[in-house]
Design a protein around this ligand. Structure first.
Ligand SMILES: C[S@@+](CC[C@H](N)C(=O)[O-])C[C@H]1O[C@@H](n2cnc3c(N)ncnc32)[C@H](O)[C@@H]1O
Length: 211
C-alpha cells in the first residue's frame, strides 16, 4: 500500500499552533520542560500555594514542568512526584514511578511519608486522549476523583489541593465533592491553558480533614 506523503493536515495544524503559541515559545526560550510550568506559576502567583519547607505530593508529574517550579519554591521541603512516565526532577525530589490509584504506588507513598501528611496535593493528571469525547471526559473525571482520594489519604488538615479538571459531564459533581472537603474552592483557568481547551483547575483551600 502506498504511504501518504508528508504530514497529515491535522498534524500540520498542530505544528502551526505550537509554532505560534506564546507559551510554547516562552518555554523554549526559558529552557523549561513544558508550557505547563506557567500554569502552575500563575496559580501560585494568584493563590500563594507554595512556600519554603512545604511537603508536596504531585500527581501526573511528567515530563516535569510543574516539578521544576515546585522544587524552586519549596526549598528545605520535599516533593513527591508520581507518574508512570519519566519525570525530569532534581536530586531532592522523590519520584514514584507508576499510576496513582494502584496499590504499589500507595505503598510507596505510605513508606515515604510514614505518619507525616503533606501541605499540598497537586494533580495535573490527564488521561490518554482517545478522541471519543464521552470516554475521555469520564476518564478525566475518574482521575479528578483519585486526586480527592489522595487528599483524604495524604493531605494535612488546613492544607491545599489543586485538581486539573475538564468542564463537561461529571464536572459539577466533582466540584461539589471538593467543596465539601475544603473551606474555599475556586475554579481557575490559567492564561497558559489553551483557550480552546475545557481544562480548568479546581483549587481547594484549607482542607477540613477527615476527623
Ligand atoms: C498534562 S501531563 C502533566 C504535565 C506536568 N504537570 C508538567 O508540568 O510537565 C499529564 C500526566 O498525567 C499522567 N497520569 C495519567 N494518569 C495518571 C495516574 N493514574 N497516576 C499518575 N499520573 C498519571 C500522564 O502520564 C501524564 O504524564
Amino acid at each position: 500500500m502506498a504511504r501518504s506523503k508528508g504530514r497529515s493536515k491535522s498534524s500540520n495544524r498542530w505544528l502551526e499552533r505550537q509554532r505560534k503559541d506564546p507559551f510554547v515559545r516562552r518555554a523554549a526560550a526559558d529552557g523549561q520542560t513544558s508550557r505547563a510550568y506557567y500554569k502552575l506559576a500563575e496559580l501560585d502567583g494568584r493563590l500563594q500555594l507554595l512556600r519554603p519547607g512545604m511537603w508536596v505530593l504531585e500527581l501526573g508529574a511528567a515530563p516535569g514542568g510543574w516539578t521544576g517550579y515546585i522544587e524552586e519554591h519549596v526549598t528545605g521541603g520535599r516533593v513527591i512526584a508520581c507518574d508512570p512516565r519519566s519525570v525530569q526532577a532534581g536530586g531532592e525530589t522523590v519520584v514514584v514511578p507508576g499510576e496513582y490509584g494502584t496499590a504499589v504506588v500507595h505503598e510507596q507513598i505510605a513508606e515515604i511519608l510514614g505518619k507525616r501528611r503533606v501541605d499540598l496535593v497537586l494533580s495535573d493528571m490527564a488521561p490518554n486522549i482517545t478522541g471519543i469525547r464521552s470516554a475521555d471526559q469520564a476518564a478525566a473525571m475518574e482521575l479528578a476523583e483519585l486526586s480527592l482520594d489522595a487528599a483524604d489519604c495524604w493531605l494535612k488538615t488546613g492544607g491545599n489541593l489543586v485538581v486539573k479538571m475538564f468542564q463537561g459531564e461529571g464536572f459539577d459533581a466533582v466540584v461539589g465533592e471538593i467543596r465539601k472537603k475544603v473551606t474555599k474552592c475556586r475554579i481557575v483557568k490559567p492564561k497558559a491553558s489553551r483557550p480552546e481547551s475545557r481544562e480548568v483547575y479546581a483549587v481547594g483551600q484549607q482542607f477540613l480533614g477527615n476527623g
